[in-house]
Ligand binder design. Structure first.
Ligand code: ATP
Ligand code: HSE
Length: 322
């Protein structure tokens, strides 16, 4: 999975008549991903990804996401570009869902990132933050601190099914994080907010592009860095690899220098980033019906990451060397 919405051939053909991409050569569902339905479409005038936006994507946010891809591409970032139909519109409807075609990016994602991959990621993340400057649309981060308590409430009383200590651990962490986040004053702009290894493509050791901007929003740049420390620098046993952390942080710093307050905030931001993914995974875990054709992601992986961050005195725990 993920193909939540099956597209019958006649509906596809009718949809594509609006475009100038030639005839369909092949069309197949893509198994990876958990949020949206994605299809690989080969046409005589190119290769594309067709996305049908599913439950967690709010229709009103789509102009932000598609406009952002255009803005980032225009500012030198390699990411998918929305393909407009002959009437100039990229955002359309297919099988009752909002849908768009975007350009296909070459490359493969890495399952086990090395320190070199982490360095390349750090550079690309800083470039993304710079390339997003001047983008006129705004989208608050619905999955930041104000969104965590409601998710915790939605899971409260049911999370014992995952681990007995979860409710208490989440409540205690939110008691710490809510005032700690309120006290932060950090540079903000457009962030990706979900830049996990599966959303970053490489050709050899070279980073070739970034995808999946459907959580992008306005938030602190350093929060995006914290999300990446969590997603890229832990080993399979959930131990933190400081060599990878150092590679990520120093490459980011070389492309967009951190302010001292961003470095000071990293332990708090890393805890926030850990609780965000712990909570979304937990709610999905509890709400996904048994037998659903979707890969459930382990919330406890993020509880272990959170435990590490709770013991981090400062950013040196992540490999930061001033
Ligand atoms: N522009 C693109 N070029 C090449 N492949 C793509 C592109 N967009 C998506 N894919 C492929 O489709 C897969 C799923 O895409 P994507 O990550 O956007 O889905 P998703 O459902 O939003 O998943 P998740 O949020 O879980 O990462 C990717 O892993 C990749 O293989
Ligand atoms: N990257 C997310 C899933 C996609 O939103 C996670 O690993 O929980």
């Amino acid at each position: 999975m993920a193909v939540y919405t099956e597209v019958p051939y006649d509906e596809l053909a009718a949809f594509l008549r609006a475009y100038d991409i030639g005839d369909v050569v092949s069309f197949k569902g893509i198994a990876e991903g958990v949020e949206n339905s994605n299809y690989l479409l080969d046409a005589t005038r190119g290769r594309f990804i067709l996305t049908l936006y599913e439950k967690r994507v709010n229709r009103d946010d789509l102009p932000f996401f598609l406009g952002l891809l255009e803005h980032l591409s225009a500012n030198g970032l390699t990411c998918p570009q929305p393909v407009a139909a002959r009437d100039g519109l990229a955002l359309r409807e297919l099988c009752g869902r909002p849908a768009a075609l975007v350009t296909f990016l070459e490359g493969v994602s890495v399952r086990r990132p090395t320190a070199r991959h982490c360095a390349a990621l750090g550079t690309a993340l800083a470039r993304l933050h710079e390339a997003g400057r001047g983008f006129p649309l705004k989208r608050p981060n619905a999955l930041s601190v104000e969104g965590w308590r409601p998710m915790a409430e939605a899971a409260r009383g049911r999370s014992q099914a995952v681990a007995p200590e979860l409710d208490a651990a989440i409540a205690a962490e939110l008691d710490f994080l809510e005032p700690a986040f309120a006290a932060l004053d950090l540079p903000q702009g457009v962030i990706h907010a979900d830049l996990f290894p599966n959303n970053v493509f490489f050709l050899g050791d070279e980073l070739s592009g970034l995808i999946d901007f459907y959580f992008a929003c306005d938030d602190a740049f350093a929060y995006d860095v914290a999300i990446c420390l969590n997603a890229w620098c832990f080993e399979a046993d959930q131990s933190f690899n400081v060599t990878k952390g150092q590679a990520l942080l120093s490459a980011y710093h070389a492309a967009r220098p951190f302010l001292p307050q961003e470095i000071a905030a990293l332990p708090t931001l890393a805890r926030g980033a850990a609780i965000r993914f712990l909570l979304t995974r937990l709610v999905d875990w509890l709400d996904t019906p048994p037998g659903a054709l979707v890969k459930k992601l382990d919330p406890l992986e993020y509880l272990k990451k959170l435990r590490f961050h709770q013991s981090a005195a400062d950013a040196s725990a992540f490999g930061w060397r001033p």
